[in-house]
Design a binder for this molecule. Structure first.
Ligand code: ADP
Ligand code: MG
Length: 214
């Protein structure tokens, strides 16, 4: 597997508030990484620092070997190749993940909706970043959207998915990252994280969000 996105010693402060603290993460081509963790732990800020919607305070983010923080780096090209699906994407008048991904060519390439629709996933994104894509959805749509995401994963799409859907993380992720208080507390294969978490912080989070088995 080839390293696609590499995050090194990433930090982010808002004023005195240290939201991300020395995050290190390599995402390989074709890998599905799910990020779980409590509210306020920095998950959204992390995704926003990856695609430079937020300027990191320290560290580097590389995409295919290029440092995105470099002044000469063409961030538009990165955004054309790496789509972001936002938490409240149903605020767009478009309702499915595939349609939402079509927003990118409409916005950045000035296609009309029909043109974009004619080539759904027209930009053939190389990777997709999802920020709790189902948390603001009509409950009836959640299963459909998770199914679309599952088929994207099966087709080999590289995906970073911040999610509260523990079932999705367990079934679909190649790797699960547990974040709390701006740190990556623990990462591993889903079976290891969900059945035998090593860190107390992970154990206490999972004991609250997973149904009791006893
Ligand atoms: P999560 O997605 O895990 O819930 P966030 O990344 O949204 O966490 O937020 C992490 C922390 O950073 C929170 O304390 C939040 O209030 C703060 N934060 C996020 N964005 C900003 C911002 N633009 N300005 C100031 N504080 C922010
Ligand atoms: Mg968030």
């Amino acid at each position: 597997m080839i390293g696609m996105i590499k995050v090194n010693h990433l930090s982010k402060k808002f004023g005195n508030l240290e939201v991300l603290k020395d995050i290190n993460l390599d995402i390989n081509e074709g890998e599905v990484v799910c990020i779980i963790g409590p509210s306020g732990s920095g998950k959204s800020t992390f995704l926003r620092c990856i695609n430079q919607l937020e300027r990191p305070t320290g560290g580097t983010v590389q995409y295919e070997g290029k440092n995105l923080l470099d002044k000469n780096c063409d961030i538009r090209k990165f955004r054309e190749e790496v789509g972001m699906v936002f938490q409240k994407f149903n605020l767009f008048p478009l309702k499915t993940v595939v349609q939402n991904v079509m927003m990118a060519p409409i916005l950045t390439k000035h296609m009309n909706k029909e043109e974009a629709h004619a080539k759904a996933l027209a930009m053939e994104p190389k990777a997709l970043l999802f920020d709790e894509p189902t948390s603001a959805l009509d409950p009836e749509l959640v299963g459909d959207v998770l199914d679309v995401m599952k088929s994207l994963a099966k087709e080999g799409m590289t995906m970073i998915v911040v999610t509260h859907e523990m079932g999705f993380a367990r079934d679909v992720a190649d790797r699960v990252i547990f974040m709390a208080d701006g740190y990556v507390v623990e990462e591993g294969r889903p079976d290891a994280i969900f059945t035998a978490p090593r860190e107390r912080r992970t154990q206490s989070f999972l004991s609250r969000v997973l149904p009791a088995t006893a």
